[in-house]
Design a protein around this ligand. Structure first.
Ligand code: WTA
Length: 629
């Protein structure tokens, strides 16, 4: 059952997926182009963790995204590109042209030495060339590792080293709003360490002056001219070959490289896109996520192209040159499906209704959001002001690791409930467990959110470190994949996600590990130690509160810590509040009691819970005195 077109069919599909998961997924997989069929639909174990879907099959992702649409959709627009500056021209790229570009890029990569299985770093603005580069890798079987353009040199370097990338594809620079991002300069800094990078391909986009190292750095345009071609055949990939690596933060250490497969990822992203958004042939779809995040991969590139959709690729920001920008784009391209993040909705809501005046948003049929809980107030604004009270809002819950949407309503098919992601999609077996790992069978319930059975797009490993993958996701509760989220389930079985229960912050929908951030802050020579926690923030969802032990005056220290974090991780991780403290609350074994710090950061100074295990309760009084509210 590929198309779920009614509430009854959703129920029925859910039951089928429980009764016979393999038949359920095989049936969906039949929609695609396979070079060779599979021998076995699924084999897996959660302990030790291993997972294969459609074993024995051969395919290529780009044949499914591009070639197979040509007979019917050669002249259909695949990508509508909206540049950062509205005065610059919109570009429309047809499916035929997209295939040619991807083949040219693929040809260039091969001729310049990229081989199947090599890791290629893509550090690009949101321009069509970023999509060409991703798909070119997929066409030749190279594994892309896209790094968000907002990450700084140190983060790039860590990722290049971890994945041993041999190639980098970047641009000279780019503007986001009126802010210039020196992409090539950041790459140059990242390459100051010894890495395995042999070549850097540079797209000329901002046309700014950049350093070009002889025999390492090459402008893309002359190479693309040299290797221009209409077609190269797609490589034959195994179902389980890695399609890409995407780094994400966890509760410990450096970000981990989440590895996604080819076949399972393809089947699941297309299936979920089709059914959650109820995509119909001819719909114009606009997802605002950057390609540097999983939403950008799954629902800005792969899934819409798998469906032969027309997607809007927007380079800029929602407030440049003014906060009407998105609505202008919706009106101009008659967008039907719009998918964004709660933090963006809240920040636009803060501008009031003025930016919406005179905008014709009547083309919209479906709204979606992802990344963090969508609060009541923002839900109503989105529903009433953007969707004119006629568009369902699909609040989609998922993660980098799950590859695709796992819990969501289906637009116009199943009910949307404010602040609820609602129900797991057919094929998805979610459970809640209590603190002992006991599965909670009755409703309502509240507990830790886990997946009890694999979906085709579940991560296969964390790059080069399978033990870390097992430790992070499969060891907390036996025979379950643990999401790291807490959730409630109502009487009717609808899920409401309450947020991370581990030491991961969700700041404006971006995952930031507190350990990673503390490591960055601790690099400051005058910082003895630090502890970072989140606090409720009206726009960002979660803000960052850093407690640092130092003898230094906060006046100079604050700015220096900001600069340091910006250099080590990127501007997205800069703390909103930094408090210099003389000590941190610790247990006798030396563990910092974050539970207490979280309460204090929230302004809760009375009900701190059990403090009897603290070594020195007086540090708390000192912290209370200096709290930044
Ligand atoms: C959170 C983004 C509430 C959650 C696709 C999850 C959400 C983390 C929702 C993954 C939602 C995502 N409601 N919370 N609809 N969607 N989250 O890996 O905490 O960047 O674990 O993937 O975002 O973030 P990631």
């Amino acid at each position: 059952m590929w198309e779920i077109t009614s509430a009854d069919l959703r129920e029925q599909a859910y039951q089928n997926s429980l009764d016979n998961p393999e038949a359920f997924w095989a049936n969906i997989a039949e929609q695609f182009t396979w070079q060779k069929p599979w021998n076995k639909v699924l084999s897996y174990s959660f302990s030790p963790y291993h997972l294969t879907w459609f074993e024995g099959a051969k395919l290529n992702m780009t044949e499914n995204c591009l070639d197979r649409h040509l007979p019917k959709h050669k002249d259909k627009v695949a990508i509508i590109f909206e540049p950062n500056n509205p005065k610059e021209k919109t570009k429309k790229i047809t499916y035929e042209k997209l295939l040619q570009e991807v083949c040219t890029w693929a040809n260039m990569l091969v001729q310049e030495g990229v081989k199947k299985g090599d890791r290629v770093c893509i550090y690009m603005p949101m321009i069509p060339e970023a999509v060409y580069a991703m798909l070119a890798c997929a066409r030749i079987g190279a594994i892309h590792s896209v790094i968000f353009g907002g990450f700084a040199a140190q983060s790039i370097q860590d990722r290049l080293l971890d994945a041993t990338c041999t190639f980098v594809i970047t641009a000279d620079g780019a503007y986001r709003g009126d802010k210039f991002i020196p992409l090539k300069e950041n790459i140059d800094q990242a390459l100051q360490a010894k890495t395995s990078v042999q070549k850097v391909i540079v797209c000329q986009h901002s046309h700014s002056e950049v350093f070009m190292q002889k025999d390492r750095d090459f402008y893309a345009e002359p190479l693309l001219e040299k290797y221009r071609t209409d077609f190269i055949p797609a490589s034959s990939m195994d179902a389980e070959d890695a399609l890409f690596i995407l780094y994400t933060s966890g509760s410990t250490g450096k970000p981990k490289g989440v590895v996604h497969s080819t076949a399972g990822y393809m089947v699941y992203t297309a299936y979920s896109f089709k059914n959650v958004f109820q995509y119909q042939d001819g719909d114009v779809y606009f997802c605002t996520a950057d390609i540097g995040w999983i939403t950008g991969h799954s629902y800005n590139v792969y899934a819409p192209l798998l469906l032969g959709a027309t997607l809007v690729l927007f380079e800029g920001t929602p407030t440049y040159p003014n906060p009407s920008r998105w609505w202008d784009i919706v009106e101009k391209h008659k967008v039907n499906i719009f998918y964004t993040a709660p933090t963006a909705i809240r920040s636009l809501m803060a501008f009031g209704d003025e930016p919406l005046k005179g905008k014709d948003l009547s083309s919209l049929k479906v709204l979606g959001c992802v990344g963090e809980p969508l609060n009541q107030e923002a839900w109503h604004w989105y529903f009433e002001k953007i969707g004119a009270s006629k568009c369902p809002i699909v609040d989609t819950w998922w993660q980098t690791e799950t590859g695709g949407i796992l819990i969501s309503a289906m637009a116009h098919i199943s009910p949307c409930i404010p602040t609820y992601a609602t129900k797991p999609l057919p094929g998805v077996q979610m459970v809640l467990v209590d603190e002992h790992g006991e599965v909670l069978h009755t409703n309502p319930a509240s507990g830790y959110l886990c997946l009890a059975f694999p979906v085709p797009s579940l991560l296969r490993t964390t790059y080069n470190d399978h033990a870390r993958c097992e430790q992070s996701y499969f060891k907390t509760y036996p025979n379950l994949y643990f999401t790291g989220d807490g959730a409630q389930r109502d009487e009717a079985g609808n899920y409401r996600i309450t947020g991370r229960v581990d030491d991961v912050l969700n700041v404006s929908g971006h995952r930031i590990g507190t350990a990673e951030l503390e490591d960055a802050i601790n690099l400051h020579p005058k910082v003895l130690e630090s502890a970072v926690v989140g606090f409720a923030h009206p726009i960002k969802g979660e803000g960052i509160y850093a407690f640092v032990i130092s003898h230094e005056d906060i006046k100079t220290l604050g700015a220096e810590i900001h600069a340091l974090v910006q250099k080590q991780i990127g501007a997205i991780a800069k703390p909103d509040k930094i408090q210099v403290v003389t000590g941190l609350p610790r247990t006798r074994s030396g563990k910092i009691m974050r539970r207490i710090l979280r309460k204090l950061a929230q302004g809760e100074t009375e009900h701190l819970g059990d403090t009897s295990t603290l070594v020195d309760a007086s540090v708390i009084d000192a912290i209370k005195e200096g709290l930044l509210m």
